[in-house]
Write a protein that binds this ligand. Structure first.
Ligand SMILES: [Fe+2]
Length: 309
């Protein structure tokens, strides 16, 4: 199915930031809000009257193939809605996934300061957030789950039972999270913290790895019950065992990258491609500074981000 990349997404971040280079883009002389990507061009299926005036950039079929169906910073078509949203303060990615038919949406790792942005987007798209899903108890920002629950009736928060944090639904390894016609699998991937979970949308080949795997990196293992050996085992058994073409979306990126694949990280992640002993040694020698927000974030995240300062 063709993928529509919204013009906003192409205007704001650089091409590199959305994982594209110029050779991947073609200028279409016809408007194609919905269309079929073809090699070297794009055919409009809607034949809208504004065609001649619009110059839309479309992903070629080749690039769609390499991107496992065209997923990256955003997809919005008749079948599926996906948006990758950033908090520039903590470099956290929040992911919006939705079924445009049922209008049910989930937010993965919402950030408290960005709640209004996220809910405005959902409102604009006619979506209702039914779950706020946390990959783990974050140390660098406060979750938006509690604020969203206050503003969206019926919305429930989710976090793993191993995290020790409050949540309306405390997930176990193997749980399934349903929204509309879609299902996310919850996989326990401890090591960065003991409550870290990775969420997999098998149907679309998407992996939300939290801090277990970052693009060419991984979450630190020197606080919050971190354990480098455990992280290595989690990643190799529960994430690197997924199909190599699955797109991998981390909880953060500090370098402007937005997406990787399971295969790419297996091959090129400088820490996780090494053997287990090397990995433990590397993680033990990082000497990272104490996280700035941790003293504020952890107590707040224990109670879903709703707290008195
Ligand atoms: Fe983290």
């Amino acid at each position: 199915m063709a993928t529509t990349i919204t013009s906003t997404l192409l205007r704001k971040p650089s091409l590199a930031a959305v994982g594209l280079s110029l050779k991947h883009l073609v200028r279409a002389s016809t408007c194609a809000v919905v269309g079929t990507a073809q090699k070297g061009g794009h055919r409009c299926q809607r034949q809208c009257p504004g065609c001649k005036r619009h110059v839309l950039q479309k992903v070629t079929l080749d690039n769609q193939r390499t991107m496992s169906g065209g997923a990256f910073a955003g997809i919005q078509d008749r079948d599926f809605v996906f948006r990758q949203l950033i908090d520039y303060k903590s470099y956290t990615y929040t992911y919006l996934l939705a079924d445009p038919v049922s209008k049910e949406a989930v937010l993965i790792d919402p950030v408290i300061e960005m709640v209004d942005r996220d809910l405005k987007l959902c409102s604009d798209l006619g979506l209702k957030v039914i779950y706020c899903i946390n990959t783990h108890m974050h140390a660098d920002h406060i979750t938006g789950s509690g604020e969203i629950k206050k503003k969206v009736s019926g919305c429930k928060s989710m976090i793993s039972q191993e995290s020790g944090a409050h949540g309306d639904i405390r997930l176990k390894d193997g749980d399934k999270i349903n929204f509309g016609r879609f299902e996310l699998e919850a996989r326990s991937t401890p090591g960065h913290t003991d409550g870290c979970y990775t969420y997999v949308l098998h149907d679309k080949g998407l992996v939300f790895s939290g801090d277990a795997v970052l693009i060419r990196g991984c979450g630190r293992t020197d606080f919050q019950q971190g354990d480098a050996g455990r992280l290595y085992d989690s990643v190799h058994n529960k994430i690197f065992s997924l199909p190599e073409e699955f797109l991998l979306f981390p909880a953060h990126d500090y370098t402007g990258q937005t997406v990787s694949t399971v295969g790419e990280e297996k091959k090129s992640n400088p820490r996780l491609k090494r053997n287990r002993d090397d990995f433990i040694k590397i993680m033990g020698e990082l000497n990272l500074p104490y996280p700035k927000q941790i003293d504020k974030a952890l107590p707040a995240n224990l109670v879903c981000g709703v707290y008195d300062e």
